[in-house]
Design a protein around this ligand. Sequence first.
Ligand code: PHE
Length: 319
Amino acid sequence: MAYLGRRGHLTLVLRNLAQLDMEQRRTAGAQANQAKRTLEEALARRTQELEDARLAMSATQERLDVTLPGYPVTGGRLHPTTRIIREVCEAFVAMGFSVVEGPEVEWDRYNFELLNIPKGHPARDMWNTLWVDYQDPAGQQSMLLRTHTSPMQARVMESQQPPVRVIVPGKVYRYEATDATHEWHFHQVEGLAVDDGITFADLKGTLYEFARRMFGSERKVRFRCDYFPFVEPGVDMSIDCFACGGKGSGCRICRDSGWIEIMGAGMVHPKVLAGVGYDTAKYTGFAFGLGPERIAMLKYGIDDIRHFYANDLRFLRQF
Ligand code: PHE
């Protein structure tokens, strides 16, 4: 800058040559041009040296070893509960059911009352409920974390006329002391089919087909009487144990019984149909509910339900 710049010493000398006489101009001009060339060459040389040094430095210190192995791409995987939910839904979708979901915070009316579980009825003791500190503006209804996915039976029927064929996966909550087989939140998959002329034979056929799709085509099923206030008759369905083939001696999975209970089911109670305004002389239906965590525990041999929500990668990576 100081010599070669626009106002540099040398630039000024060259610019002012015109003021000198002929003789002086020639020698001064030659010297000034010589000086300018010398400086420019020195500058170019130094610039090149610095550039070479920078390249040499980066070639040794910033070298990229293209032969190094790359960083592994960590692939995500589905949570075992999600996998079972998808498998269950796929089996029923293949049989003509649609998947719907509902709210996890629910009114007493849907969780209990429309399911034939009135206030003060001992059947409420079947569900350990987490109440929410909120009432509707009229002060009539309490809210709770739904204890099962069954409230969606009433919600779906309220919103449409038969035929109904829905499957409802979702999270449910219970006021529960946790242990190896109890969690305060878990999942359920609810099913509901209502139409003109649906019988218990449809329930059996549909659930039998599901059991075979889910647990193998050689499965057998067993229905026993059970009680749920919103079905009549109510049953629980078991499959013959896939671990011991139903032999049941020394088997941990079925605890020697040869059978594994996998769901509750039954014919929709006429009171439930009437509660949503369906014509009970015309329509009948069946409903069922199962727990995907329980199915995952059976299928993968998981011994503690608390593993599902512990977020321990050593557990989750096994699926
Ligand atoms: N909702 C019941 C439960 O949580 C399961 C069930 C659903 C039973 C539908 C019958 C019919 O235990």
